[in-house]
Design a protein around this ligand. Sequence first.
Ligand code: MG
Length: 347
Amino acid sequence: MTSRRNFIKAAGTVTAGIAATSSASEVLAAGAKEAAPKKYSGPHQMPTKVTLLSMLNEDGTETLGAKTASAVVDIRKAAKLLGMAAPLTLEELLREGNASGLNKLIAAAQSSSKAKPALLDESKITHGRLFTNPGKIVCIGLNYRAHVAEAAMKLPSVPILFNKYNNALAAHNCTIKLPPREVSYKFDYETELLIVMGKKARNVTEAEALNYVAGYCTSQDFSARDLQLETPSVQWMVGKTLDNFGPIGPYFVSADVVGDPNNLNIETYVNGEKRQSSNTSFMIFNPQKLIAYISKLWTLEPGDIIWSGTPEGVILGLPKEKQVWLKAGDEIVSSIEKLGDLKFKLA
Ligand code: MG
């Protein structure tokens, strides 16, 4: 741990030019900004025993919060107050593998009076994006039998893969600004279990696949059906990656806390009305099968994310005369057991 004296010394070195004209507290603040914490160089560790969220800060940054029984620990603030190094974003945590640093900081923040200002009331937090720059965003189509049937499509013999881009990544409580009608108007929901990779995976077997998973999130594969299916040919990616068409959250829950990902209730509500209600046990290709299959094609890296497909109950699955597409003003809730309720609005 960096002592206060060493910290001030280091701050003074970095900001020697400023020190001549500034007060000690100003130097400390400037030093804290410029002196980057030492990068973690230990063994790669997967996150355990954590439920994390992303906070949108006043300075525009998005940094980690850790949900505990009594409060949310503002990781950036706690690290600064306690002089401890810890990953400040979920992607940093997954890539650096400094899970013990994070857990130590969470524990210290709860027991030290110095860190009290870093303990926040969750209801007052503005959520940021859990992911901003994943290496890969892999999405799976037609992965629940009843959804394949309602979409009147053929049962896939291997997982159907498509992708989103980073522009689609969005936060819990976000608002999706819908494009003008001439671009698209057939908007539909798809609640999905998001699989978050925690270790490099290449040619892994189904039996070992879940050992490579860091955790899970509730997510939406928000879709523009006209762009997806009528452009004029089928172009799944086009209908799936408009700005903010991939909300994720509110939490990342580590795999050890979730346990078996193959038996989680999954639901969608539109303006309070239940539209989707299924269970991840009905996936055609479960998370183990998906990871084994994808890792035969290419390397999966820590921080890569996989949208694992949606169950039945989407608007596309209704008879044509009953299809009422989503519109501005609608409020959607995606809910997955153990992972929390992801909320967003349309405008
Ligand atoms: Mg989908």
